[in-house]
Design a binder for this molecule. Structure first.
Ligand code: SDX
Length: 427
């Protein structure tokens, strides 16, 4: 029996074809079918790419059956509890966690790069107040490409890293500016004396002059537990293998377009409620359900094949077990409930949905568990962050993952322009 070979038999022509099996260091092997069309004149057919590996990668590993997630081989549980988001950014970009000196240099560089070119401030003013921050954010990142045209001509890793550090540093500022524009209040500039995450919360909440005061908006001094909770959320969102938005980023990278428009395309893809937009939809759905008594009726709707209502924050293409990120967030939510007195009607509805769905045959048989978005929305609500900013927060966390995957694509000598084929059934 030939090892690491699969044989394809075409019973119409009686021909057989052999294809090598490539083994990774973890997870499923792949059948290398790059010569299939040349050999057989046929394509594979895999809408949504449920059985397709689009690339080789060393960045993130997911085991959907076990509910396991690793960045550069390190379990997400270790990174989320023992390391900062900045450590995780450094790890994803460089393959190792930073030592003390590397951490300080990286932190300092991001603090200095958090500022935006004054010309960008005017861009926000072109948007209507009620513009969704995701639309503004995607447009602002595309506009950033016009301020850093030199990133179209990068040749080496050092230039890739500078381009990446620049965008990672600026994304919180862009997101905070988009939010403050939607309220019609003045922008707060980054403060280089603040950490990455505390700086973002301050740009979101502070009054002109960077002051926090108890007021009808509920702005008050930022608590350390809030900074830690948001930093953990950024870490949990940092990367996630070849998900829909990362696939879009790699696709735009494959045409040779500016890296920032590849990231802007990723932001656009993430916005969808089937993907990163689910966290905002979870809260909207809890508000729509309105009370614990209404939960059972909505669970029945989610199970009804003739009703396109779906339970936001449930199910996942890869995880057929609890999303490990959701498990970490569930613990964080319990901690916050005590510290921040987080016990609202929304929480009670969410708990009822969780208990009911996790014991219902429909969800169990389809391996539908709460995913990262189910808990993120509840925690961000506790941090007084408006739901329109939930997916922009997902963007801030995921920017480093998109950029790490972009750089890996550029450094892969086998990379080609993304150009799948089709099954034509037209005239
Ligand atoms: C993210 O890919 C990633 O890694 C993404 C992400 C990341 O970090 O990048 O993890 C972030 O996007 C998390 C997912 C957030 N989305 C949601 O919470 C939206 C609700 N979930 C669904 O839309 C759905 O579960 C998906 C999109 C997440 C996954 O869809 P799949 O893998 O294509 O699964 P499917 O649509 O084929 O569903 C399989 C069955 C179907 O029923 P049957 O046809 O077999 O009878 O499960 C049902 C679906 O109807 N189903 C649901 C459901 N999700 C799937 N039924 C009710 N409610 C749901 N949420």
């Amino acid at each position: 029996m030939k090892k690491n070979i699969v044989t394809l038999v075409d019973h119409n022509s009686g021909k057989t074809y052999e294809y090598p099996v490539l083994e990774g260091t973890r997870g499923p092997s792949v059948i290398d079918i790059r010569n299939l069309f040349k050999d057989t004149g046929m394509f594979t057919y895999d809408p949504g790419y449920t059985s397709t590996a689009s690339c080789e990668s060393k960045i993130t590993f997911i085991d959907g059956a076990k509910g396991e997630l690793r960045y550069r081989g390190i379990p997400i549980e270790e990174l989320a509890t023992k390391h900062s988001y900045l450590d995780t950014c450094y790890l994803l970009l460089n393959g190792t966690l930073p030592d003390h000196v590397e951490h300080k240099a990286f932190d300092l560089e991001l603090r200095h790069r958090a500022f935006l070119h004054e010309g960008l401030h005017n861009l926000f003013k072109a948007f209507p107040d009620n513009a969704h921050p995701m639309a503004t954010l995607s447009a602002a990142v595309t506009a950033l490409a016009s301020f850093y045209h030199e990133h179209l001509e990068m040749e080496n890793e050092a230039e890739f890293k500078e381009m990446a550090h620049r965008l990672i540093a600026k994304m919180p500022t862009l997101a905070a500016f988009a939010y403050r524009h939607s309220l019609g209040i003045p922008f707060i500039q980054p403060d280089i004396d603040l950490s990455f995450t505390k700086n973002f919360l301050t740009m979101m909440r502070a009054y002109p002059g960077g002051k926090m005061h108890l007021s009808m908006l509920g702005h008050e001094e930022i608590k350390e537990i809030e900074v830690r909770a948001l930093d953990t959320i950024f870490t949990l969102h940092a990367d996630h293998e070849q998900n829909a938005s990362t696939t879009v980023v790699r696709g735009v990278a494959s045409t040779g377009a500016h890296p920032y428009v590849a990231i802007s395309s990723g932001i656009a893809a993430l916005w969808g409620r089937a993907h990163g937009g689910a966290n905002e939809s979870v809260i909207a759905q809890l508000e729509m359900i309105g009370s614990v008594e209404n939960v059972d009726a909505f669970i029945e709707r989610a199970k009804d094949p003739d009703d396109n209502f779906r339970l936001m924050g449930f199910g996942h293409r890869v995880y057929k077990n609890f999303d490990p990120r959701a498990r970490i967030l569930k613990e964080l939510q319990d901690e916050l409930r005590i510290e921040l007195g987080l016990d609202s009607e929304l929480m009670a509805i969410a708990r009822k949905i969780e208990e009911t769905a996790l014991s219902d045959e429909y969800f169990i048989s389809r391996n539908l568990y709460p995913n990262i978005d189910f808990y993120t929305g509840i925690i961000l609500t506790a941090l007084k962050i408006p739901k329109s900013m939930f997916t922009p927060i997902f963007v801030i966390g995921r920017t480093v993952g998109w950029l790490s995957q972009w750089i890996e694509f550029k450094q892969d000598p086998t990379s080609k322009i993304a150009r799948p084929r089709q099954l034509y059934t037209g005239e």
